[in-house]
Design a protein around this ligand. Structure first.
Ligand code: UDP
Ligand code: MG
Length: 307
């Protein structure tokens, strides 16, 4: 059986279009199929729309609906879906048709060839805005430099995981779930399939700049401690230079006597160090805040009802 995980947040316009495309794409697959729809606390008629679609489907296609108690975010919605999936293969997919369902048979084919994980790689993102493409590229660069878990560029959450990979994923307990990183952390024998990323068919993106910034911070802090560690090295470097500089001053004072000017350089050094210290404390804060959230051990999502 194959489980398809579909997170919906305020997608009422997309629901019927998405189901039409999905059904035509999976028509050629012989395996049993289960569609898991997660309503991530939508404020519009998304849930009703999903239920309506469910009632219209032929009985051989199983649809399960997880209605979350509020908006928990895409990562949590995906986690809910993956936790409840019963399939031998699990495929998370965006419901705005930016991940083409037509690719699903190809993913399944690779899986049947013996791969554990099949990634869908976007070879063209020209539909995304210039800003998003570029910030995304920078993020991948920085993340991969800082962290031991590399995330392949231009691979989103759209992929196929077999049962073993899903069970491995379920063992990762963190609350701050950066799914792209977690997906890659588990490893397994991986294949790639390329596709062209389309624009959104209707509705609008839920990821504004501020949300993306936090998402990027989550990604880096979840998989790298380099930002925490560089401060001690920077500290050593600065202490070394201050030591050299103070030696020069002492020698100069001994030879030429006391010298009043120096107010400007003093102030510059003070402000510079003050700034560095604040940055260092800020980085500590980012990690501390995340540790704080983790220690509370709250559930990742809460299901209001299962339909
Ligand atoms: N989504 C979700 N919860 C959220 C935000 C988004 O379940 O809090 C879903 C959304 O319905 C869509 C997918 O995640 O199916 C991708 O969202 P979006 O298209 O807004 O992201 P983008 O493509 O702009 O990165
Ligand atoms: Mg989208």
């Amino acid at each position: 059986m194959i489980s398809i995980i579909c997170p919906f947040y305020n997608e009422e316009q997309m629901v019927p279009i998405f189901f039409t495309e999905l059904l035509s794409a999976i028509g050629t697959i012989n395996d049993e199929i289960e569609i898991i729809c997660i309503n991530d606390g939508s404020k519009d008629q998304t849930l009703l729309s999903i239920i309506e679609q469910k009632n219209r489907l032929p009985p051989n296609i199983k649809v399960r609906i997880l209605d979350l108690s509020r908006n928990f975010g895409k990562e949590a919605a995906l986690t809910a879906g993956i936790d409840h999936a019963r399939g031998d293969a699990v495929i998370p997919i965006d419901t705005d048709l930016q991940d083409p369902p037509q690719l699903i048979p190809e993913l399944v084919k690779k899986w049947q060839e013996g791969f554990d994980v099949v990634l869908a790689k976007r070879c063209d993102r020209s539909c995304d805005t210039w800003l998003k493409r570029n910030t995304a590229q920078w993020f991948y660069k920085i993340h991969n430099k800082l962290s031991n878990t590399r995330i392949p560029e231009n691979v989103g959450d759209f992929r196929l995981l077999n049962r073993a990979a899903v069970e491995a994923l379920k063992q990762l307990p963190e609350r701050e779930r950066f799914m792209k990183g977690l997906f890659n952390w588990i490893g397994f024998k991986t294949a790639q399939v390329a596709y062209t990323r389309n624009g959104r068919k209707a509705g609008e993106s839920k990821f504004a700049m501020a949300k993306l910034w936090n998402f990027a911070l989550d990604g880096i802090t979840s998989f790298s401690t380099v930002p925490l560690k560089i401060w001690s090295y920077l500290g050593f470097l600065i202490s070394f230079f201050s030591f050299a500089y103070s030696s020069i001053i002492i020698v100069r004072t001994l030879i030429y006597g006391i010298d009043i000017p120096g107010y400007a350089s003093l102030l510059v050094v003070m402000l510079f160090l003050g700034g560095l210290q604040l940055i260092g404390i800020g980085v500590l804060g980012e990690y501390l805040g995340r540790i704080y959230i983790e220690t509370k051990n709250r559930p990742i999502y809460i299901i209001r009802q299962e339909l």
